[in-house]
Design a protein around this ligand. Structure first.
Ligand code: SF4
Ligand code: SF4
Length: 365
């Protein structure tokens, strides 16, 4: 398992985490065993916004003895009083729900306390007016909430939350469909979405990814907005290539789903190659590097995707990107302008030109 560090918190987070939307379908015995199997395979990051109340004790049972080795995203606003998932900004209900969730999870602290599902300006206002944000801050002061996060499908509202300086983790819906303006949660333009990823990376705020398969739609050619199916491996790699992303959180229904997701760790570069999406690239995204490395191998052994990512991040204000770039064994200066990448890039990036631009840029910063 690969791990990435949340720079604001120092937490070492597995690139594959798990969502909780479907785990109840496994039933208690398999649900607990599935979670233990996930932990045994290196998964240490769990979002617990369950589809219903039944799954919470599974986590309590599976992880009580290893609580300090797993991290929970717990949502202030997810309400299970009916037995099913509900959403609220009512402070008393949220307090009761958090108390209940902690009991079920057999824990007395929250790794990441999430401002839950803010998709409208009014949700964000209600969160502040009703005292929910102050409640999270109060729990943070008491050490019950270690870090604060926000889940949302809407870039402009995430920016507002980031402006508070409170946020250490963002849960956001990332997949090629949404990024290319297809689907129910394709909020924000191509550029707005990319600007959000870059801001998170620049400020050291991690992103945990929900809906990496667009609710399963991308996995079936009949429902894929592109008319072609992608694989889970391609979708996971796509999300992990975005700046700021630390972990992808697929929802699983039991051991078989988990085994399938874990195949990512063994998958070949070909299996994870998602360059097929270049066939669907909207005009505003054409010619922009998505860091996929489909254009490799470079005869000079340049990591083309990473060099481009550091360049974009540095220009977006990420002060660390310059040092990361300079520490690379090979940089844009080593490009011999052979043109191989230009012929291979399915996204029509003029990479030869870009390498010259990047070399000049890093000489002057
Ligand atoms: S130049 Fe094209 S193929 Fe190479 S990393 Fe960028 S987008 Fe991918
Ligand atoms: S043009 Fe430069 S970056 Fe592209 S493959 Fe050739 S040497 Fe590598």
């Amino acid at each position: 398992m690969e791990y990435r560090i949340n720079r604001r918190t120092g937490d070492k987070i597995s690139v594959i985490g798990l969502g909780a939307s479907s785990i109840s379908q496994a039933g208690e015995k398999e649900g607990i065993e599935t979670l233990q199997m996930a932990f045994d395979n290196g998964i240490n990051y769990f979002d617990v916004a369950g589809g219903d109340a039944k799954c919470f004790p599974y986590y309590g049972e599976a992880f009580e003895s290893v609580r300090d080795k797993v991290m929970y995203q717990i949502h202030f606003g997810a309400n299970y009083e009916t037995g099913n998932y509900g959403w609220t900004t009512n402070l008393d209900k949220i307090k009761a729900s958090i108390k209940w969730q902690l009991q079920q999870l057999k824990t007395d602290y929250i790794n990441y306390g999430f401002i839950h599902c803010i998709d409208e300006e009014s949700d964000w206002n209600a969160y502040q007016k009703n005292g929910v944000l102050d409640y999270i801050k109060e729990l943070k002061e008491k050490g019950i909430v270690k870090h604060v996060g926000i889940s949302s499908h809407t870039p402009k509202l995430i920016h507002k939350a980031l402006d508070t300086g409170l946020i250490d983790m963002v849960m956001f819906s990332i997949n090629p469909a949404y990024d290319y303006q297809q689907g129910d949660y394709a909020n924000g333009s191509v550029n707005e979405r990319m600007e959000l990823y870059k801001r998170c990376e620049a400020e050291g705020v991690g992103i945990s990814v929900m809906k990496a398969f667009s609710g399963g739609q991308l996995l079936d050619e009949k429902t894929s907005p592109f008319g072609k199916a992608l694989t889970k491996m391609q979708c996971i790699q796509y999300a992990l290539d975005k700046p700021g992303v630390l972990t992808v959180l697929p929802g699983i229904r039991g051991k078989e789903d988990l085994k399938e997701v874990l195949k990512f760790n063994e998958a070949s570069d070909e299996e994870k190659d998602y360059s097929i999406i270049s066939e669907f690239t909207p005009p505003e995204a054409t010619g922009k590097c998505v860091y996929c490395n489909h254009c490799e191998p470079c005869p000079m052994k340049l990591d083309i995707g990473l060099i481009n990512k550091y360049y974009d991040l540095s220009k977006a204000g990420d002060v660390l990107a310059k040092d990361h770039y300079r520490n690379l064994e090979k940089t844009a200066k080593d490009c011999i302008q052979c043109g191989h990448c230009n012929t291979r890039c399915p996204f029509k990036v003029d990479q030869m030109n870009r390498m010259q631009e990047i070399a000049t840029y890093f000489e002057s910063v």
